[in-house]
Design a protein around this ligand. Structure first.
Ligand SMILES: *Cc1c(COP(=O)(O)O)cnc(C)c1O
Length: 426
């Protein structure tokens, strides 16, 4: 991967950690902890860097909402000209509420329900991505019922090898649940081409996440290109080639992805096919803009392990326990000195940790920590186990900050429960 061209939004002034022009202590004092913080300018910078790299071909960046679908972030990206990629009816609603027009939204997902498919068709999304022959039947059925011609793309499984990825984030190899199996694509395509309710307008792949090598893109788009030529000959009115998401973020000392090299792999393929290029990045766009702020509650030695117990844990940030993910952690105002510790949360699970066996700033109760590169799959995967209200989200833009999602309250936690039961006879 190439040189570090992208900036880091978290910087030190007189020893204290800031996000852009705002001290993190100011945000923690105002919004409380735990809290997620995002840099608006880091979002803009990444969007623009990718947009510039792809300038050689007509293209569109569809930000993948599942990485983080908070309205305050979506609006920053939308103002840049970014479009949206959604994988559920809920994300479709979130995208539209944030101001994306249906024609700016791609609707994918391996298990869209009939109701979700109908909602996508009724809204008039740019593309519905099809992931199986059975789903094609449902889409055709719903299109017929609505009297519309569904614009669809095939998400195919190009069956490429994805090296070094955590098993849970490789998605485009043989035997994964995602995409139309490579061997079935032609027969499914012929059915789509023959249907007057379907317009096969694109081919799509998404082979994995945090792809530190560009080889899967090279292998995948090459396979897609061969397929596109075959389908064009068979009469498919293709307009889009979608290379998916998967560009990596820097969690530790990795280099930033080489966007020029990435573009040099996919742009010529789209150009030679005469197709508009689509990419669906999530993590790359938002991960590095985010930090999770958490306060140290206690320090305790147990069985030879030095525990730092803080007010955020797996409910705020699931990635360490779910993916064994690494997130850099530092003190917002270091005292000096280092210690080797387990950073854990208050949740009653041994799997509740943010870092294990980590040598980092020595900290004491009351100290504020920043858990880095948490803008993607952080808040979006947070949950309320142990009846913990979800943390607020804060957007920083220059020297200003604002809460974009308020902290959940205890009332929010019980809002959905029926107070007086209304029994129904079976
Ligand atoms: C998750 C997902 C993405 C985004 O993946 P990142 O690794 O965050 O870039 C893009 N497209 C599809 C279909 C996805 O499921």
């Amino acid at each position: 991967m190439g040189p570090r061209v992208l900036g880091r939004p978290y910087v030190r002034h007189d020893g204290a950690l800031w996000c852009e022009g705002v001290p993190l202590e100011v945000i923690a004092a105002g919004a409380g902890t735990p809290a997620y913080v995002y840099s608006a300018n880091a979002l803009r910078e990444r969007y623009r860097a990718l947009d510039t790299a792809l300038a050689g071909v007509p293209h569109r960046i569809h930000y993948s909402l599942k990485a983080n679908s908070s309205r305050g972030l979506l609006q920053v990206l939308r103002d840049e000209g970014c479009h949206a990629d959604v994988v559920s009816g809920g994300e479709l609603v979130r995208a539209m509420r944030a101001g994306f027009a249906p024609s700016e939204i791609i609707f994918g997902g391996v298990g869209k329900s009939r109701a979700e498919i109908r909602a996508g068709l009724q809204a008039g999304v740019k593309l519905l991505n099809i992931e199986s022959a059975a789903e094609l039947d449902v889409v055709e059925d719903e299109a017929r019922a609505l009297g519309v011609r569904a614009r669809i793309a095939f998400r195919v499984n190009p069956e490429v090898e994805v090296a070094n990825a955590h098993a849970y984030i490789a998605t485009g190899s043989r035997g994964h649940k995602f995409g139309i199996p490579w061997g079935d694509v032609l027969s499914v395509a012929n059915r789509a081409i023959a249907s007057k309710h379907l317009e096969l307008a694109g081919l799509d792949m998404h082979v994995g996440s945090q792809l530190l090598s560009l080889d899967p893109y090279r292998d995948g788009v090459e396979r897609l290109a061969g397929l596109a030529r075959t389908l064009q000959k068979a009469g498919a009115p293709l307009r889009y080639l979608d290379a998916g998401g998967g560009l990596p973020a820097r969690y530790g000392e990795e280099d930033a992805p080489d966007l020029e090299l990435f573009a040099s792999i996919i742009v010529p393929v789209a150009t030679s096919l005469g197709l508009e290029l689509i990419v669906e990045p999530g993590r790359f766009v938002v991960a590095e803009s985010g930090a999770l702020l958490t306060r140290v509650l206690y320090r305790k030695l147990s069985g030879g392990t030095d525990f730092v117990i803080c007010d955020a844990g797996m409910t705020e940030l699931l990635r360490p326990s779910h993916y064994d993910a690494y997130h850099a952690i530092e003190a917002v105002q270091p005292r000096g000195g280092q210690a080797t510790v387990d950073v854990v949360g208050p949740i009653c699970e041994t799997g509740d940790f943010l870092a294990r066996d980590r040598t980092m700033d020595d900290v004491q109760p009351g100290d504020l920590l920043a858990v880095h590169t948490t803008g993607a799959y952080g808040y979006a995967m947070s949950f309320t186990y142990n009846a913990r209200p979800r943390a607020p989200e804060v957007l920083v833009d220059g020297s200003r900050w604002s809460v974009i999602t308020r902290r959940e309250t205890y009332d929010d936690l019980v809002r959905l429960e029926t107070e007086t039961l209304e029994w129904q006879e079976a």
